[in-house]
Design a protein around this ligand. Structure first.
Ligand code: NAD
Length: 292
């Protein structure tokens, strides 16, 4: 190993142990708004739920299995002076999604923001991938977003624009991935689901723009969460990951939360049908940084 590479490796090892950056720069731009975040008991969903609360929103914390995690997030939201509502629903189940939205609306009168974040991976080489693995990922990552978007649009249309609250009748933020653009061998189900999310988001944005409903997506790169622990929890894995992240650090859930707050706020009122990449440059073909 060349000496400069040794220096890089030790820098990477210490970066791997860095604590997440403190949440900075939040202003109450979402005061008076109610948000629902799916898969909010951990990872990016938890970070987004807390970010929206820091920006003044009340937040429905959806979870599917980790009730204790969801309740801990709710406590932190209440600690920020906002309201929280913990609701269990499997986003791939139509009746559970319908019941969740109905309960949230019954409790708080309406919803203004929906963040469809719940997602999972079931990785396998194509010849080993079972139909169950394929269907599970498509059911949660894509059909789950469709079911939540449909319920959210119905409510946003029912209420219409309330100018005292927001210039839009509602905001939908889809959690996509850099893999809506970057092919990913061994993850055909996941990449297909995120490619589907991109076109679902754009089509829905076109369809509901006349109702003043904005639909956008966030495409995270590598964010430090449970879904990709094996990609960052050893110095060797972190160093390999940095080959794919030109900005030279892993993302934190708060990096995604900051983007979500902007997309939910009137600061982005003329933005719809867009994917905001929050990826430290991962989608910039880093392999071409030298030569090519
Ligand atoms: P995570 O595993 O911490 O979060 C996923 C959440 O979705 C979990 O809370 C899980 O319980 C929930 N969930 C799974 N199935 C569900 C279901 N049927 N109904 C309701 N909730 C369900 O991982 P994360 O990294 O925070 O992932 C959040 C989203 O971000 C996912 O859509 C993922 O594809 C996307 N993403 C993550 C990264 C990353 O680097 N972490 C990168 C790109 C995209």
């Amino acid at each position: 190993m060349r000496p400069e590479n040794q220096i890089m490796t030790s820098k990477i090892a210490s970066a791997q142990e860095e604590q997440p950056a403190p949440a900075i720069g939040y202003h109450p731009v979402l005061a008076g708004q109610a948000a629902l975040v799916t898969g909010a008991s951990s990872g990016i969903g938890q970070g987004v739920a807390l970010g929206l609360a820091r920006a003044g929103a009340d937040v429905v914390v959806n979870y599917v299995s980790d009730q204790a995690g969801a309740e801990a997030v709710a406590q932190r939201i209440e600690g920020l002076g906002r309201r929280a509502l913990v609701l269990r629903a499997d986003v791939s189940q139509e009746d559970e999604v319908e019941t969740m939205f109905a309960r949230a609306i019954a409790e708080w009168g309406t919803l203004h923001i929906a963040v469809t974040n719940a997602g999972l991976q079931r990785d396998a080489a194509i010849t080993d991938m079972t139909l169950e693995q394929w269907n599970k990922v498509l059911d949660v990552n894509l059909t789950g977003q469709f079911l939540c978007h449909r319920a959210a649009v119905r409510e946003f249309r029912r209420r219409g624009v309330d100018p005292a609250v927001s210039r839009a009748a509602g905001k939908i933020i889809c959690m996509s991935s850099v893999h809506q653009r970057i092919p990913w061998a061994g993850h055909a189900n996941y990449a297909a689901s995120k490619g589907g999310v991109m076109m679902l988001m754009q089509t829905l944005a076109q369809e509901v723009a006349p109702d003043r409903i904005r639909v956008n997506a966030i495409a995270p790169g590598a964010i430090r969460t449970p879904i990709n622990r094996s990609a960052w929890d050893t110095p060797e894995a972190y160093a390999a990951l940095m080959e794919l992240a030109p900005y030279g650090r892993i993302g934190e859930p708060d990096d995604v939360a900051q983007a979500a707050v902007w997309l939910a706020s009137d600061a982005s009122d003329y933005v719809t049908g867009t994917t905001l990449f929050v990826d430290g440059g991962m989608a910039l073909y880093p392999g071409f940084a030298h030569g090519g």
